[in-house]
Design a protein around this ligand. Structure first.
Ligand code: ADP
Ligand code: ZN
Ligand code: ZN
Length: 692
């Protein structure tokens, strides 16, 4: 008997090839089965979408190629998973094949049936929690606090997505662990997906899941794994062996046939939104997954939820449970604002802040200094002529890194030795402009050099940012230095603010956070507030030290309402004010947005393409009530000699915007072939963009 499977294959983005192609085979194949099929001159991995006994109408049977091999040893991908990738492709305006195949581990594409079978036999080791093995969970479950009990009871009865709104250190992670444990107690074959923004930064979280459920039942899924490890994790999840999958945004696409619970920790974190390929939001896909999959619940956790999530909870679309108190009675830090207008010129740290840091160190406590900019100085400049350390390939400055005396572009990666004299006029006195963490570390060490700890030894200053934590070993060493008390002061970028459970920090200072107050991006205040709350959350986590926990902010705008809200740890007040402004300006979450982006050799070519696209779509947009804005360059217009422009698409109604985008796509494909399209390197649609 003959079968005519429709096979989903990855075709290049925006090509005109349909996303499921017809092939031919002699045995019936289940939907979701992986196959290898000829495409062009090569064989490629595909997924069976349907398997008919007749050749579809309009297809010439003689032209249909047979499938090369079928990977039937592997259970087929389930209907829920196929629905997920189908939705993601449609919602984010990408090809189904592109999204579906990108969601599979790359290593899977290389295995032949024999290698696959070998892999599968190796993967039977992981069993259900009920099975006895030598890796039984070791951690005892602490008794839940009253706030945790209320949240647990609420979550147990929830029939909607849950927002767990809990202060930093309020015990949210413990709630996730207990909900997960309940879930497994009811069904030992259940699977749980836990999404986190960054795994490497929070090894403690991974350790807590390992300890509670046994390392054999928990698998990690993130880009730091080797291809073989990633395949191994994926198979454990797909075969139903792994009980808990702990991963970054990519893990939202894991095949989990027994999925019953999804946790999105720090749900506000921008890293859940992909910035390339299909620009999906893992948080939003988690909501979709839980919504469409039978008996699957979803918990979003945060101390500073995204305004989208907060708004949804306010409308009753999500259920909200609050945990305002910190564990062990530790107090949230008190805010101390330093008005920089009243400080002497060139002040790095205000004198009272220096004294406070020294006092903490003398008590055996630690301080954390946050400056969200790495390197020594963001710009080098010549006072004699107009030379600045521009990157020749980007519309950005190259950053001065003192440790290896290099000028490095943080956008294209160009690195050169710093010149001894101005390359333009020969002046040897080149100045640094501004400050990064590398310089702050040096300056702080200087400012503290006169002081000593109680035992007479000098204060030690360390630094944690993308430069000092390049290798995983380095990151671990730095975190250990801080946890172990080898450092008294830690200087770092936003990396230091995330999720760490440092017990001895009682003082956190934001050195110059003003950039977020008046930025053009309407989400900048939301991000700044979250960052400062997160940073503050690193202070006073242990009530034994935390009686006087303080958050210092050095600012030129001490009267800004954002700081008033920060002073009272008043996320709700901050959110209400921001939401009122968003509503007045019809910005998300009161409107849906998308960006059409184009990259080209010249800015004019990029903008011409976008404006031509606007002209083509205008009539339809007007008819349905979609706004198309003129093309503009991106904030950093040129990166690695590619000029970038974008056009904002906005509509009060998400569904209308969706329909418009999918129709407009046809125009865009056609336009690519015309004169306006020829200058374009690539174009893409970004749905629900995070940076405008
Ligand atoms: P969050 O995730 O909200 O930051 P955690 O779950 O990490 O909070 O809890 C903060 C600290 O309190 C952790 O050290 C954790 O082990 C501890 N903790 C959490 N819940 C309890 C509890 N019910 N009893 C005792 N300690 C707890
Ligand atoms: Zn010069
Ligand atoms: Zn560059």
């Amino acid at each position: 008997m003959s079968y005519w499977p429709a096979v989903i294959v990855a075709t290049p983005a925006h090509s005109n090839v349909a996303h499921a192609l017809t092939y031919h085979c002699e045995t019936a194949l289940p939907v979701g089965c992986l196959v290898r099929v000829p495409l062009g001159r090569r064989d490629t991995l595909g997924i069976v979408a349907a398997c008919d006994t007749q050749c579809p109408e309009g297809v010439d049977p003689a032209s249909v190629k047979p499938i090369s091999e079928s990977l039937t040893a592997l259970p087929p991908l389930g209907p829920d998973w196929l629905a997920l990738v189908g939705f993601a492709a449609k919602y984010y305006q990408r090809g189904l094949g592109e999204v579906a195949l990108a969601a599979l581990p790359p290593e899977l594409k290389k295995l032949d049936p024999t290698q696959l079978t070998r892999r599968l036999t190796r993967n039977t080791k992981i069993r259900s929690v009920a099975a006895t093995d030598n890796d039984t969970p070791s951690q005892e479950t602490p008794e839940a606090s009253p706030e945790q009990r209320a949240a647990l009871a609420g979550i147990a009865g929830a029939d909607k997505p849950v927002l767990l709104f809990g202060a930093t250190g309020s015990g949210k992670t413990e709630v996730y662990l207990q909900v997960a444990a309940d879930c497994l107690a009811q069904d030992p074959t259940a699977q749980i997906l836990v999404l986190v923004p960054e795994i490497n930064l929070t090894p403690q979280l991974e350790a807590r899941f390992f300890d509670r459920f046994g390392a054999n039942h928990v698998v990690a899924m993130h880009s730091g794994l080797t291809p073989a490890q990633r395949l191994q994790s994926w198979l454990s999840a797909h075969l139903g062996h792994a009980r808990v999958v702990l991963g970054t945004r990519m893990a939202v696409f894991a095949s989990l046939p027994r999925l019953q619970l999804i946790v999105v920790d720090e749900e506000h974190d921008p890293s859940y939104k992909s910035q390339e390929g299909a620009r999906y939001s893992a948080r939003d896909l988690a909501i979709y997954r839980a919504h469409t999959q039978r008996s699957c619940r979803v918990i979003l956790g945060s101390a500073t939820p995204s305004l989208e999530t907060w708004h949804a909870a306010g409308q009753g679309r999500y259920l909200r449970f609050d945990m305002p108190s910190r564990m062990g009675g530790a107090a949230l830090p008190t805010l101390r604002l330093v008005d920089m207008q009243r400080q002497p010129k060139q002040t790095v740290l205000a004198q009272p802040l220096i004294e406070a840091i020294v006092e903490r160190a003398q008590n055996g406590e630690q301080s954390l200094l946050l400056l969200n900019r790495r390197g020594y100085a963001p710009v080098l400049s010549c006072g004699a002529c107009a030379w600045k350390s521009d990157c020749p390939h980007c519309s950005a400055f190259r950053v001065f890194h003192k440790s290896d005396r290099s000028l490095r572009c943080h956008h294209c990666g160009l690195a050169e030795r710093v010149p001894h004299a101005c390359p333009q006029c020969g002046n040897v006195d080149i100045q640094t402009v501004g400050r990064g963490t590398e310089q702050l570390e040096e300056l702080v060490a200087g400012l503290l050099a006169h002081a000593a700890k109680a035992d007479g030894t000098p204060l030690k200053v360390g630094r944690l940012d993308a430069d000092t934590a390049k290798g995983k070993g380095q990151l671990d060493a730095h975190l250990a230095a801080m946890h172990g008390g080898a450092w008294d002061v830690l200087v770092g970028t936003q990396m230091v603010a995330k999720g760490h459970d440092f017990r001895r920090i009682t003082l956190v200072a934001a050195i110059n956070p003003d950039g977020g107050l008046y930025a053009s991006d309407f989400r900048a205040p939301e991000r700044l507030f979250a960052l400062l709350m997160q940073a503050a959350g690193r202070a006073g986590r242990d009530a034994g030290f935390g009686s006087r926990a303080e958050m210092w902010v050095q600012t030129w705008h001490p009267d800004h309402p954002l700081f008033a809200a920060l002073r009272h740890h008043d996320y709700a007040g901050f959110a209400a004010r921001e939401l009122a402004e968003r509503e007045a300006a019809t910005l998300p979450p009161y409107a849906a947005q998308a960006l059409l982006r184009a990259d080209a050799k010249t800015q004019a070519a990029a903008q011409d393409f976008l404006n031509a696209a606007k002209a083509q779509g205008q009539a339809l947009a007007d008819a349905v009530g979609v706004d198309l804005y003129p093309a503009v360059p991106l904030t950093i217009a040129r990166i690695a000699n590619v000029e970038r422009a974008q056009l904002l698409v906005e509509c009060a109604n998400r569904a209308v915007l969706q329909r418009f985008l999918s129709q407009w796509q046809q125009d865009l494909h056609a336009l690519r072939a015309t004169a306006q399209g020829r200058g374009i390197i690539r174009w893409a649609i970004d749905v629900d963009p995070l940076a405008i």
